[in-house]
Design a protein around this ligand. Sequence first.
Ligand code: SAH
Ligand code: SF4
Ligand code: F3S
Length: 473
Amino acid sequence: MTDSKTETANIKAQKLNVQNQKARQHHETPKTYHVKSFGCQMNVYDGERISEMFKDQGMSEAASKDNADIVVLNTCHIREKAAEKVYSDIGRLRRSDGSKPMITVAGCVAQAEGREIGRRAPSVDIVVGPQAYHRLPEMIESARQGKRAIDTDMPANSKFDILPRRSKQPRPSAFLTVQEGCDKFCTYCVVPYTRGAEISRPWSALIDEARALIDGGVKEITLLGQNVNAWYGEDEKGNRQGLDGLIRALDKLDGLERIRYTTSHPNDMTEGLINAHGDVESLMPYLHLPVQSGSTRILKAMNRSHSRESYLEILEKVRKVRPDIALSGDFIVGFPGESDADFEDTLDIVRQVRYSQAFSFKYSSRPGTPAADMDNHITEDVMSERLQRLQALLNEHQFDFNKDMLGRKTRLLLERQGKLEGQLVGKTPWLTSAHVMAPNLSIGDMIDVQITEAGPNSMTAEPIFTANDTSHG
Ligand code: SAH
Ligand code: SF4
Ligand code: F3S
């Protein structure tokens, strides 16, 4: 890993940079590709767009990394383990006959570590940051000639203008990135450095993209952003709109049954967005609103700019307009200086909120972030013990949430085949998975069901009637 200064310099690298290395392997023009995305849903979205771009250029998707001419590792830098994983993955790309595909490191590790990647892993041909994917074709051309290509430029929006959007495979649920980047600078987090400043994609581009997705068979759209509720723009009449305005416009599009959004920040939960949960029928009753810690003292040290109390007030308002809303959150245990009492505050807020699902992590010190230089780092043993206790409580609540569903009538959007013959797996409005035996139905159908069994992670349901009805749900 680089020191923080080199890292910042890499992050700021502004030009397509080609390293001339005579000894580098030359490649044939790639005909097949394999894209593997790690980390958050924004990477999944980017990975899909890269795949579409490659298809547009006449390449086809390989069955696995082992028979692809070019492999793209779309990486995540959020915690040390995720960031280090890329180096072992690169090693595994070498084949038994000594050959290797053209190797591309994309995503947040590419942005944060830049040329350092080539020093640690000389077999890498291309390093491309999350805002520069549209330049991949020219980078592939350099790599073909045996020159390593590095591009960690951050031109706002341009990748979205250039990368194609076509839903070639009909699927019921799709992601749509509306916002990228982060200006919040939580003291533990690399995202403001790897994804850059907050930018919002323009209204018309989003409406057009949503329409194209719906025309391709999509029934559910999840709006994505590192701070998705910081999205703002101007509608076709020139009026300023926030995310709630965009959601209301999408709600009017024929054929779109369900809208979700993630990840939101407590400070951007406007009244308008809260109210949308009460009156927009297609906005699903689910809110992922990370709090990170239940201790206001720790929240301050994290630079979260909300307190335990202000967070709880937001949830109270949301529950008032949408009493059945399912809540989800992210937690970090063992932030520097976290005392036993601070951790108890986290358990306490969890007991108060009762999340339907949640993500929890041990604090990971990231180079270049302010928290890395703080005193009183917590030992690994203490972090493990705290994480175990927190996860036991979160799991208990998740199971309780599922058990509360027993006997309930609801609607499923069927998203994939189950393991058993004739079984399909769908999502309830609350983003829980339910298995249903429905041999006459297909992926993409919406059905009325009754929940008949509740497990810790998913549920079983029975169709109430098997008509292919597509009203809101
Ligand atoms: N923008 C989103 C989250 C992006 S990162 C938000 O603020 O909610 C996803 C999650 O990873 C964070 O919510 C946080 O819980 C976790 N995370 C981020 N940096 C981390 C670090 N250094 N160590 C451990 N977990 C971290
Ligand atoms: Fe990271 Fe905080 Fe920004 Fe989320 S809001 S991406 S945790 S800096
Ligand atoms: Fe990871 Fe980058 Fe997403 S660091 S969580 S892939 S924004």
